[in-house]
Ligand binder design. Structure first.
Ligand code: NAD
Ligand code: TDX
Length: 372
């Protein structure tokens, strides 16, 4: 699309969404960005603090299960582009409470698609151009064995958790709106993200917080499961390329070429934390509960716990299509991305303590009273 866009970012107060909003507003300062977010436990306006004062930005506190708020926002803002991040995103939660995943990830996505169809296809005042970009995951492809080739865009869907099944359903809905109604859509399926502002329930931030506060580091099963790790800024760059250069109706895999066993990630994290404490005496004062503050090894906190039900063994993304068609290439390797993430967590203790106990809500209401 050319000219300034009016972009609706659903789930923009979550981990990847907030990183994307900052990325996009820096790169495309003339675009209008409207964040629509229900502020579940995973959504924090504090994540968007750096863009709150821009006059091209607006926050709408609303739920994608509410068709009225979607329709009103699309109409009032004349939205021509949707980037859809909003989802329930944590596999363990989907095992305990799948219903919220079906509601938000399936019904919520369909609500957005219905609103987009109404405003972009069935309306007399439809914008000249439009795009619905859907953010999905490698988990829709199921699990791999040790010698299997990485997932390509041709790999058959075989979702194994309620989370993965709900994302697979949403991918199919997006595809069907393109095929049936001619909606201009793109989809990206990416591997495990990590980086600043990730809620400390996912492996990397959880392990960092536990290591700094002297709590156990719970490795599921024997720790041999493999994930393909992608630094969040590389994901944002990948989405940008898909939206601006991708073929309408196409799906692109985005990955980091970074396969790691969970136990190796945890061990690497432990030695990086030990090294950080050795290099900076102040950390022992700031985090007195950490083993590294008491001359012990962080690794002493590692414990093996019961495996996740239905735990997928390995994910790996083949991003050849995005590389060859779009010029996509991740910039961070795991060592550099991990160091950036650890440094951010060490410097932002206030953020992770506040999002974990919910007190960021007080902070945000002191700083930003205007929620629509
Ligand atoms: P997240 O859980 O950190 O954030 C989700 C955001 O969506 C939150 O701000 C939350 O408040 C909002 N939200 C949830 N339900 C909503 C609803 N009904 N209405 C409006 N807003 C709602 O998730 P994330 O890790 O940033 O993931 C973002 C997207 O990327 C998801 O679609 C996820 O499936 C996909 N994805 C994530 C990863 C990963 O490693 N985190 C990897 C691949 C794909
Ligand atoms: O405490 C833990 N111990 C542990 O061993 C946690 C939280 C996780 N794990 C393991 C399970 C996985 O093998 O670490 C691996 C990563 O777990 P998560 O961080 O929960 O991520 P995963 O289940 O792989 O899913 C993530 O990547 C794909 C995101 O949460 C999804 O939203 C995304 O679609």
């Amino acid at each position: 699309m050319t000219g300034a866009r009016k972009v609706l970012v659903t789930g923009g107060a979550g981990f990847i969404g907030a990183n994307f909003v900052r990325y996009w507003s820096d790169k495309y300062p003339s675009d209008r960005i409207v964040v629509l977010d229900a502020l579940t436990y995973a959504g924090n306006r504090a994540n968007l603090e750096s863009v709150e004062d821009r006059d091209t930005y607006r926050f709408v506190h609303g739920n994608i299960l509410d068709p009225a708020v979607i329709g009103d926002t699309m109409q009032r803002e004349a939205i021509d582009t949707i980037v859809h991040f909003a989802a329930e995103s944590h596999v363990d939660r989907s095992i305990h409470e799948p219903d919220a995943f079906i509601q938000t990830n399936v019904i919520g996505t369909n609500n957005l698609l219905m609103a987009a169809r109404k405003h972009w296809i069935d309306s007399d005042s439809a914008p000249a151009n439009h795009l619905f970009h859907h953010v999905s995951t490698d988990e829709v492809y199921g699990t791999l064995g040790p010698g299997d080739p990485a997932f390509t865009e041709q790999t058959l869907y075989a979702p194994n958790s309620p989370y993965a099944a709900s994302k697979a359903a949403s991918d199919h809905l997006v595809r069907s709106y393109h095929h049936t109604f001619g909606m201009q859509v793109t989809t990206s399926n990416c591997s495990n993200n990590y980086g600043p502002y990730q809620f400390p329930e996912k492996l990397i931030p959880l392990m960092i917080v536990n290591a700094l506060t002297g709590k156990a580091l719970p490795v599921y099963g024997d720790g041999s499961n493999i994930r393909d790790w992608l630094y969040v800024d590389d994901h944002c760059r990948g989405i940008d390329l898909v939206m601006n250069k991708g073929r309408v109706g196409a799906t692109y895999n985005i990955g980091g070429n970074n396969e790691w066993r969970n136990i190796d990630i945890v061990n690497q994290l432990c030695s990086s934390i030990d090294a950080a404490f050795a290099a900076n005496e102040q950390l022992a004062v700031q985090f007195p509960q950490a083993p590294a503050a008491k001359g012990q090894k962080t690794e002493s906190l590692v414990c093996f716990v019961a495996d996740r039900l239905g735990h997928d063994w390995r994910y790996a993304i083949d991003a050849t299509l995005a590389e060859s068609e779009l010029g996509y290439k991740p910039e961070e390797d795991f060592e550099s991305g991990f160091q950036l993430t650890l440094n951010w967590m060490l410097q932002n203790e206030g953020w992770w303590r506040a999002v974990m106990d919910g007190s960021y809500r007080d902070w945000i209401s002191r700083n930003y009273s205007a929620e629509s």
